[in-house]
Write a protein that binds this ligand. Structure first.
Ligand SMILES: Nc1ncnc2c1ncn2[C@@H]1O[C@H](COP(=O)(O)OP(=O)(O)OP(=O)(O)O)[C@@H](O)[C@H]1O
Length: 582
């Protein structure tokens, strides 16, 4: 908020002045009743009326200026908080994203920041304004008639106790409600993304039931919150009303006795009426403060997450000249941070060297850790022990930005973004041009279908665009991986969704690219393994064998069984839930 502090302070000051002007009105009334009204001075009455109108108009004008002062800067604060959150989410490691559900992150960036904006726009100012107005009003009341003033102030004690009771409970309820909203967002998002599965399996009723259950849970917490607020607000109306009634009765008796002027009683009660909305708004203001505090807490949970270290390392100049790099895994161990403590690591001492320009296929049973291993190269995760080197340089010592210009990855599940085909492809290379993009589309054998799209390579795809088939998406992901002509190319089973003819065509085109780069290709099929110069068999968390496809077929029964498509009896391979053993 530092950038808007001057405007916010000015807005607070103006609102306080406007609110205090309201307190001057009863004093004008007192003067009117005790002076011109009693003496029948008509010009005095007109003057009093004019002063009241001017005071009212000034108050309204000041409130208008206050809104004008804060509207734009507060929208800026919200926008910059949202931007920082998004930037942080982009930079946080994959392990963080494994732990957090998308709905929790989304709700922090939308609903929570909305709450913060709402708090800055109104409650923050009114907390200050109300506090100043209340104190000034009390001084005026005590100064006019201190006994009546003290009677009126008696409820302050029980109401303060009630506030602390309310705070203790409402903060917890707010946190629960906002967390549940995050879970609800996750459920909605998953249901929309998985709508085909839900429809295909006719699961809409069970999904609707799960949704309804959560909606009712949210409703329960909201009602609890409303009950708390109702109790507090009720007391904030009842106790001051009782005090007002008592002071009115006492005041009338004093006027009848002649110990109090009628004008003073009118002014006293008019001041009380000005203070009434100030006091009554305390409950909703406190509730909004709690919601905003919870929202800021939830926001800071993300902003306080440590970013991966060593991001400010100097560029070590490995990227020039653009030639293939040697990639080596040295005794690499890895376990996911969210795995159970007693589970054996996914990787338990991987040693593998891929020479510059060589293509290595990585083969292993389902869940053996192939995707995990290749994900360590662009540092989506960090090895728990051991090291990975590029041309002898530990990748942990390379700035991530530099590493990622050298290494390109195409994952099995290709994510496309809401952008044109060409923009999606060019994401793979910072300096890549449309000519490179067209070349990459040809390598991935995607140029044919892309040119048939309504606007060719400029057709919008992704969530808000045209839906493509699995094989088409895979080919675009492959084009994205090769477009930057990386020094190390990682392909995680990139051709799994293609028919054999398209696969053969892609393989033919891919060979030219593989000749100029170092490649690590996760392969499930002999045709993909045949693209490689050598094959590494990953089993039980280690590289169990390395050789050419033909050598391994002859010498390694596990490999032979794996490539023939029959799950071997002896190949334990997997370490976790994805592993198949028989
Ligand atoms: N983000 C994650 N958090 C925790 N465990 C994970 C995570 N991703 C994968 N695993 C576990 O790690 C193990 C290895 O998974 P990985 O995806 O690397 O296997 P894979 O060999 O690529 O399998 P496949 O051939 O089926 O693609 C599995 O037991 C899997 O359940």
């Amino acid at each position: 908020m530092r950038q808007v502090r001057v405007r916010l302070f000015l807005a607070c000051l103006l609102a306080t002045i406007a609110s205090c002007l309201g307190l001057v009105m009863p004093l004008v009334l007192k003067w009117l009743v005790d002076g011109p009204l009693t003496s029948g001075d008509l010009s005095g009455i007109w003057l009093g009326g004019l002063v009241l109108v001017l005071l009212g108009a000034t108050e309204a004008g000041i409130f208008g200026v206050r809104r004008w002062l804060t509207a734009r800067p507060l929208a800026d604060v919200e926008a910059s908080m949202r931007e920082s959150l998004y930037g942080r989410l982009q930079r946080l490691p994959s392990a963080f994203h494994d732990r957090w559900s998308s709905g929790q992150l989304l709700s922090r960036g939308t609903a929570d920041l909305g709450q913060v904006h709402a708090f800055l726009a109104q409650p923050l100012t009114f907390l200050v304004v109300n506090a100043v107005t209340f104190v000034a009003g009390c001084v005026i009341l005590l100064e006019q008639q201190w006994v009546l003033g003290l009677v009126l102030l008696v409820p302050v004690v029980p109401l303060t106790v009630l506030c602390s009771w309310f705070q203790a409970r409402h903060v917890l309820a707010s946190r629960r409600a906002q967390d549940l909203e995050g879970d609800l967002t996750t459920l909605v998002e998953e249901s929309i993304r998985g709508i085909r599965v839900i429809k295909g399996f006719g699961r809409h009723r069970s999904q609707a039931r799960a949704f309804e259950k959560m909606v009712f849970e949210v409703r329960g917490v909201e009602l609890h919150r409303a009950r708390l607020l109702a109790s507090l607000s009720g007391m904030f109306v009842l106790l001051p009303e009782i005090a007002m009634g008592t002071t009115l009765a006492l005041g009338v008796v004093q006027v009848a006795d002649g110990t109090l002027a009628a004008g003073t009683l009118v002014a006293f009660l008019a001041t009380v009426l000005v203070l009434r909305p100030v006091v009554e708004s305390t409950g909703p203001l406190l509730a909004m403060c709690n919601q905003a505090a919870t929202a800021v807490d939830r926001y800071c949970e993300i902003m306080d997450e440590p970013l991966p270290t060593q991001d400010h390392l100097p560029d070590v100049g490995l990227s020039a000249p653009p030639r293939p790099a040697a990639l080596a895994f040295e005794n690499v161990h890895f376990q996911y941070p969210n795995a159970s403590m007693d589970a054996p690591g996914v990787l338990r001492g991987v040693d593998l060297r891929i020479e510059p320009g060589e293509t290595m296929a990585l083969v292993g049973s389902t869940g053996s850790g192939k995707t995990t291993l290749v994900g360590l190269v662009p540092r989506l995760y960090e090895p728990t022990a051991g090291r990975i080197t590029l041309d002898g340089q530990d990748i942990a010592d390379l700035p991530r930005s530099q590493l990622r210009t050298m290494v390109a990855v195409a994952f099995e599940d290709p994510a496309l973004f809401s952008a044109s085909v060409m923009e999606n492809v060019l994401m793979g290379g910072e300096a890549a041009t449309e000519t490179d993009g067209a070349w990459a589309l040809r390598v991935a054998q995607a140029d044919g279908f892309v040119h048939l799209l309504p606007s060719g390579p400029h057709t919008q795809v992704g969530e808000q665009g045209l839906t493509l088939s699995g094989g088409e998406r895979q080919r675009l992901a492959l084009a994205r991986a090769v477009v930057g002509r990386p020094r190390v190319l990682i392909l995680d089973d990139p051709l799994s969704a293609l028919d054999i003819h398209t696969e053969a065509a892609v393989e033919r085109a891919l060979r030219q690219v593989l000749a100029t780069t170092t490649a690590l290709i996760v392969a499930h099929r002999p045709s993909t393994a045949l693209l490689a110069d050598r094959v590494a068999l990953l089993s039980d968390g280690v590289v169990a064998a390395v050789g050419t496809h033909r050598e391994l077929l002859k010498t390694n029964p596990d490999y032979a069984l794996l490539m023939s498509g029959i799950e071997p009896l002896t190949l334990g391979g997997g370490t976790g839930k994805g592993a198949k053993t028989s």
